[in-house]
Design a protein around this ligand. Sequence first.
Ligand code: GDP
Ligand code: MG
Length: 363
Amino acid sequence: MKIHMVGGFLGSGKTTAIISAAKLLIRQGLTVGVITNDQGKYLVDTNFMRLEDIPTVEVNGGCFCCNYTDFDESLDKLVDQIQPDVVFAESVGSCADVVATVLQPLLQFKDKSPEDISLSVFTDARLLRAYLDGLDLPFQDGVIYVFEKQIEEASILILNKIDLMDVKQGEELLKKAKERYPDKIILKQTSLTPEGVSSWLNLMAEEEHYPLDKKPLSINYQVYGAGEQVLAWYDGVYEINADSKQVADWISSFLSGLQKAIKSKNIPVGHLKLLIRDSHKHQKISMTSLYEMEEFQFRPNDEWKSPVTLLINARLECSQLEISQLMQSVFNQNQKEHALLVKIVDEEAFHPGFPTPTHRLIQ
Ligand SMILES: Nc1nc2c(ncn2[C@@H]2O[C@H](COP(=O)(O)OP(=O)(O)O)[C@@H](O)[C@H]2O)c(=O)[nH]1
Ligand SMILES: [Mg+2]
């Protein structure tokens, strides 16, 4: 069984790539399982993977490193349930230091060997380009520190969403990245389709990519912890009961209300993702950093059948109070305009705890 750890910043495309990769491997006759991970209770990624027919277990309420026992049990559960040939584990987008806290424990306590394990780190090509060009990224220093540390420990670095640049820009970025990170295998990628991730999959299947030969990551947990905590988390589950047109109108204006509120308050976005589902279909909508406000591509003409569930996960650089007030005011404003039967089934907002890994093995 191969275990591919997939890390990298919020919104860099990890879930998208895992889904494409899983579909390709399943088509080839392999059995694939996924372990998702995030801070809250109601995870968009887990539900989305399952709706895409990919066997998925989750570690919620904190990252793999601080919940290693849950990670370990989730892996056992997958093995019991489906005996996978390949497991993808997606770590939280604000998580770093996974070699010492997750991969080393896998080797030492699970009796895995290095050729069974890989670590790929995803970056949004545009964010990496801005970073390598020395431009200001839309986050505080602590958050940028997490972004840097994630890249530093990668053995495979993916320049993802390369389709959003022209070919020349992509080549230039690859050249710059190779100069800056000469010890890494670096791949340009578009993760939207199974075909787009085939080179990445071949790479992981053929060679040994566990970064054992490298020095342990030198990381300042105070700075990392501050970066992790400054991004507040919100998750919510809403249930909408109305006819299809009303549901679509409510969601459309809720989405644009969110966009407007975030923009007007100038709040940096780590990730804002929504999963809309009814009994026969689903759609995931994402907004990542300020570059991608336009990524909200809701299809307003779809037929939605009541009850429609809206699952929301947000990671914004603001306080817990601000994130809950923002969600509440957009919701209330939307209710004033549409007055539908929309129930908030559950919701919560918090700052993730300071990272305290279960294990930190640096040989
Ligand atoms: N254009 C483009 N969009 C992508 C690509 N990979 C992911 N995305 C989009 O980026 C957003 C965030 O992706 P997601 O997989 O949820 O990121 P994660 O937070 O790293 O798991 C989604 O809207 C995806 O559709 C890509 O290769 N090209
Ligand atoms: Mg994800």
